[in-house]
Design a protein around this ligand. Structure first.
Ligand code: ATP
Ligand code: MG
Length: 592
């Protein structure tokens, strides 16, 4: 829902008020982190498909509930007597009442005895510490056998971590904004955001007991089983390892296809951690001592060719990246595991320094060390590990903690406008601002009614320049895009917030940056001519000094190829092609 935040908050108006979709969803770090469960249980994945329907100020509880029930029981024909629903049961601390509306809407459909009153933990949905949120109503299904159902009613097992009584769909009624103070502020309009796990829906429709028994996962398990000469369902440890590989290959492959390469920091490290977790499971339990995961990519790409074709398009590239990652981790994995074998522990605790050494020298992510420790009945001194990390960070100067204040509205307006293709200096008004504290410095993020400042996007850095209220000039040291907003990073606020302001972009910097941006397009075209049409942009950085262009190709370029590319780009620059410009046309026509 992150990309829709501005619609919920009323900052932007959506083109369509109703949307339905499927999205690749990763829950492997941050507030929603399922990584520890994955493979060990049979219904949490690192990457799953979240099916959803959305209402931006359009329909609300009544329709969302009725339609969800209709889809599940009439279209998909799920047995009604196996479904349960939960509703928000209220919360004293938040001073929120029980969701009577949801109860009265569900009652005629499922009957009172199938409605569970849930706690804030299960039935009040929040994405992060701040932002849009609200009460929710979940739909659970009981997949157990008839005889087990007779022994214990499913209702008692809802939200109790039973692998066969699972939540399949969550209907979230977005009606509040959580402010940084913790206060809940009602939103101007009410919205719906539902999420249904596709793999869990498959389990229900196909009448299986585990997600891994559905046809989403069984081809992958068959392949692993043939390659590893192991049979699924015979040995719990091997089963877990096979499930982990079948699951993790999905997260890793799609992340790479979407442009996130494994690396040592940030999102890239999340991907590396997942891959290494799988490699270690394969190595320890299935005797995979050579790269193996990459062999699953073509199978996966084939499975998804009609849903997420981006994987098949880059199949070879994704396979090579994974192969390279596997090979490099396998080089140190064995030594690291030996280090752990020989380790003498005090009080069954692995010291922080050892965990750090494993991380730094052998490439063991911390969660991998704790997983291995857990298997051996040990624990890891996490505080000690973090201390060692902190010491190392002094070297790499990590970002200090950032404190973000709430937006303060100065002027009501429609969506702020970007006019920077035609003007580099204009008069405008301040719409809203917020204070940011970072590394003992305070600065302001400011939005104007219209602006000539280009917000960082498509790899091009944001504009810099000044803001003047007639008496003094204030530096704007960066501009970024946040969904539909163009946010200016200002050292100070103008003395008069509601007066007219002069916004001026640093012109020479913009011109140089624009030239470098055009050059990335020339480079991209030349690469496709020389290397082939499979070359896709994977990222880029463009500023007034240089450009960097990341692209997918399965081998290092030869110097001959580089010379060819250089020649084409230089020729095009020297042609000094006049720019034709047509701003409004259908996208298909523009691409033509
Ligand atoms: P659970 O309690 O089972 O972890 P949740 O409360 O975290 O589920 P939501 O945040 O409501 O789930 O997400 C909506 C839907 O997405 C769930 O009903 C479920 O079908 C699916 N889902 C959530 N997490 C996962 C996961 N890790 N793997 C597969 N499907 C998931
Ligand atoms: Mg969860």
């Amino acid at each position: 829902m992150v990309q829709f935040k501005d619609y919920f908050l009323g900052n932007a108006v959506p083109k369509d008020r109703r949307v339905a979709d499927t999205q690749k969803c990763l829950r492997v770090s941050g507030k929603h982190n399922d990584l520890e469960e994955v493979g060990i249980d049979t219904y949490h994945h690192t990457m799953f498909e979240m099916l959803g329907n959305w209402s931006f100020g359009d329909y609300f509880k009544k329709e969302a509930i009725a339609w969800a029930w209709e889809l599940l029981t009439e279209v998909y024909q799920l047995p009604k007597e196996r479904l349960y629903v939960s509703v928000f049961g209220g919360d004293k601390v938040e001073k929120l009442p029980i969701d009577e509306d949801a109860i009265s809407l569900w009652k005629p459909i499922v009957g009172e005895d199938r409605i569970i009153h849930g706690s804030k933990k299960d039935n009040f949905w929040e994405m992060g510490d701040t932002g849009p949120c609200g009460p929710c109503s979940e739909i659970h299904i009981d997949l157990r056998s008839e005889s087990e159902i007779k022994k214990k009613p499913g209702k008692e097992l809802v939200n109790a971590d039973h692998p066969q009584v699972i939540e399949i769909w969550n209907l979230v009624f977005i009606q509040f904004n959580r402010l940084s103070s913790g206060e809940l502020k009602p939103l101007p309009e009410k919205h719906v955001d539902t999420g249904m796990g596709f793999e869990r829906l498959c389990v229900a429709i196909q009448g299986k007991h585990s997600n891994y028994d559905t046809d989403v996962f069984s081809p992958l398990l068959d392949f692993i089983s043939k390659s590893g000469k192991c049979v699924y369902g015979k040995n719990e440890k091997k089963d877990i390892a096979m499930r982990v590989i079948a699951d993790h290959i999905r997260a890793v492959s799609f992340a790479i296809a979407d442009g996130q390469l494994p690396s040592n920091t940030g999102a890239g490290y999340v991907i590396r951690r997942i891959l290494r977790r799988a490699v270690r499971y394969g190595y320890s339990y299935l005797d995979f001592s050579e790269p193996f995961m990459f062999k699953l990519v073509p199978l996966l790409a084939g499975q998804f060719k009609d849903v997420f074709p981006e994987l098949q398009k880059q199949e070879e590239y994704v396979g090579r990246v994974i192969h390279e990652e596997e090979a490099s981790f396998l080089r140190t994995l064995e030594k690291g595991l030996k280090r752990l074998d020989l380790l003498e522990t005090k009080d069954k605790i692995i010291q922080g320094e050892v965990a750090f050494e494993l991380y730094d020298t052998f490439g063991f992510p911390f969660d991998l060390t704790s997983l291995i420790a857990r298997e051996r009945g040990l624990s890891v001194d996490e505080a000690g590990f973090l201390e060692e990390m902190e010491k190392q960070k002094v070297r790499s100067k990590a970002d200090a903690v950032k404190e973000t204040g709430d937006w303060v509205e100065v002027k009501k307006t429609n969506s702020p406008r970007f006019v920077g293709y035609d003007h580099l200096e204009i008069r405008s008004h301040l719409v809203k601002y917020r204070e940011i504290k970072q590394k003992n410095k305070t600065f302001y993020q400011v939005v104007f009614e219209q602006t000539p400042f280009y917000g960082e996007s498509g790899g091009q850095v944001g504009d810099t320049g000044t803001l003047s209220d007639g008496s003094s000039a204030i530096r704007i040291f960066d501009t970024k895009k946040e969904n539909d907003l163009i946010v200016h990073y200002c050292e100070k606020l103008p003395s008069k917030l509601d007066g007219e302001l002069l916004l001026s972009v640093d012109e020479s910097k913009r011109r140089l940056t624009v030239s470098n941006h055009s050059a990335t397009h020339l480079l991209h075209a030349a690469l496709r001519t020389v290397l082939g049409k499979h070359v896709e942009q994977k990222g880029s950085l463009v500023n007034d000094q240089l450009l960097r262009f990341d692209f997918s190709h399965f081998a290092a370029m030869t110097s001959e190829e580089m010379t060819k590319v250089e020649k084409i780009v230089n020729e095009k620059i020297r042609l000094n092609i006049a720019r034709g410009e047509q701003r409004e046309m259908p996208i298909a026509k523009a691409k033509e």
